[in-house]
Design a binder for this molecule. Structure first.
Ligand SMILES: *[C@@H]1O[C@H](CO)[C@@H](O)[C@H](O)[C@H]1NC(C)=O
Length: 198
């Protein structure tokens, strides 16, 4: 009798193992990942100029970290190890195991890690976009200060000596002035005593 019950309960499992939802059709996925959350998902939802009665903005300062970067080499290697997990999931699904819908499995088949080791610690494309868009929003919020053409007497830009911080600064400049071409960008000071925290 026992094998039959076991068989029946296995079949029972298979019957319940049907997809009842698809991640591919979730248009409102969970996006909050602590310090890894792209600003695009969480920023204040207004572009209106800041207006404080009896006041006008006279200076704008921003001291900012770099935008979202690629992880370190170990983290990138960990991402590549997900390929074998991906393949296990695809094989299981082919053999009728698991609850993923067909579209999710298809998407997994197309998925491959995007990060390569030479990019470790570099600014990610999302990091560039975030810094660019932060600049655009500040420009809308403080047009009297930031919506004007560049001049080296009025604007000073500094950044530290790494790819991710340099490119974050350029993205911000790009957002404010629409280009980095005419902007004076001083060479970063190695081990800058003012901007570096470590
Ligand atoms: C900047 O000024 C121009 C010209 O006055 C205006 O068309 C544009 O919308 C302004 N941009 C922002 C972000 O305030």
């Amino acid at each position: 009798m026992l094998p039959l019950i076991l068989w029946a309960s296995l079949v029972g499992c298979q019957v319940t193992a049907k997809a009842d939802s698809c991640f591919a059709q979730n248009y409102n996925p969970y996006v909050l990942f602590s310090t890894y959350t792209p600003y695009e998902f969480v920023h204040e939802n207004t572009d209106d100029p800041v207006h404080i009665p009896q006041c006008r903005p006279v200076q704008f300062w921003i001291l900012s970290r770099h935008g979202t970067r690629y992880t370190d080499a170990a983290g990138i290697n960990n991402m590549w190890s997900l390929i074998s997990l991906r393949d296990h999931i695809i094989t299981n699904s082919k053999n009728g195991r698991g609850t993923l819908c067909a579209q999710d499995v298809d998407n997994l088949k197309k998925w491959t890690p995007q990060a390569v080791l030479t990019l470790s610690m570099n600014l990610a494309p999302q990091g560039y976009k975030d810094s660019y868009n932060v600049a655009r929003r500040f420009k809308s919020r403080f047009p009297a200060l930031l919506n004007q053409s560049y001049s080296p007497e009025k604007f000073e830009i500094r950044y530290t000596n790494s790819q991710r911080t340099t490119l974050t600064a350029l993205a911000f400049v790009d957002g404010i002035f629409g280009s980095t071409v005419d902007v004076v960008l001083p060479k970063p000071i190695p081990g800058d005593p003012l901007l570096r925290t470590t």
